[in-house]
Design a protein. Sequence first.
Length: 94
Amino acid sequence: MWALWWVWMIAGLALAFLEVLVPGYIFLGFAIGAAVTGLAVGIGGPLDLWLSSSLPVTLVFFAVTSLVAWIVLRRVVGVREGQVKIWHRDINED
C-alpha cells in the first residue's frame, strides 16, 4: 500500500486540510513531505524502485522530505524579528 502514489497524495491532501483546521504550520511540512513522496513514487524510475523496496525506506524518505519542508517553511514564513509581544502591564494589577 505504501508503494501506491495516490495513497501518498491523498495523505498529503488530508494533512493539508488538517493544516487549515489547525493553523500554525504544524502539518504543512508533513503534507509537503507526503506530496513529494507521492510524486517520487508516481514518477517511476530508479527512485521508485528504491522507495517501493520496503516500508522503512519509504518512511525515512517521507521523514527527511518533511523535515526539509518544515525547515524551509520556517525560514520563509517563520517568526520575524520584532514579532515578540512584551507586556508592560498585567491585567490582574487593577
